[in-house]
Design a protein around this ligand. Structure first.
Ligand SMILES: [Zn+2]
Length: 208
């Protein structure tokens, strides 16, 4: 939910079931020329521990496949066409910015792993910046009411763990607890509703 864009999902490389999809450019006698090399690249990347898929369906054009895998959120596309065979290279395309990187076959696994790491950290950085920008603290109840009235974001507060306190927040603001964090930060936090010691730091948000 955090990471998608207009083309569909974007899955973080560390959790993506498929980290890279190989799309052979299907033109001319591609099954004799491009496909064997795509199969070799597939085997090499799999051996290197990358979760990779070879899309050798011949009922679809490469462009259709690109859009299909982008929608499914696969972090990197590996393109191999007749010109790449001549140059002994493949093209890596990041799902984040669609930038193309031309890589020689013998460096492919290494470069792909670096790119996956880069995508992972860039996605984390963006998501954290968005979260930080849209999260405000409320230590006292009037502060929480005011914050809820004026913001669509998340409110960070202490919570005693009591159902009554959460019910009161919901009745007064229509917001509910969305995330329960491990422990209060700072340690001496109190419940934003009743003022007792907080068991948890939580994030409240309204649903729309
Ligand atoms: Zn409470």
């Amino acid at each position: 939910m955090t990471h998608g864009d207009d083309s569909g999902l974007i899955l973080p490389p560390r959790v993506a079931p498929i980290q890279a999809v190989i799309v052979p450019i299907s033109a001319g006698n591609w099954k004799e020329t491009v496909l064997p090399q795509a199969q070799q690249v597939f085997a090499d990347l799999k051996t290197a521990g990358i979760r990779v898929f070879l899309d050798d369906r011949d009922a679809y054009t490469p462009g259709w496949k690109y859009a299909d895998w982008e929608m499914r959120g696969v972090p990197v596309r590996v393109e191999i066409g007749p010109k790449d065979i001549e140059k002994r290279q493949a093209v890596l395309v990041s799902r984040l910015d669609r930038k193309k990187i031309f890589v020689p076959w013998d460096k492919l696994a290494e470069e792909l792993k670096l790119l996956l790491e880069k995508i992972q950290s860039e996605m984390y950085r963006k998501a954290k910046a968005f979260h930080d920008e849209n999260t405000r603290p409320a230590r006292a109840y009037p502060e929480l009411l005011e914050a809820m009235a004026g913001s669509r974001g998340l409110i960070r507060s202490g919570w005693c763990g009591g159902a009554d306190c959460e019910t009161k927040v919901k009745a007064d603001t229509s917001a509910t607890i969305r995330v329960i964090l491990d422990k209060p930060e700072p340690a001496a936090e109190t419940c934003v509703v009743c003022g007792k010691d907080a068991l948890h730091t939580v994030l409240f948000a309204k649903s729309y």
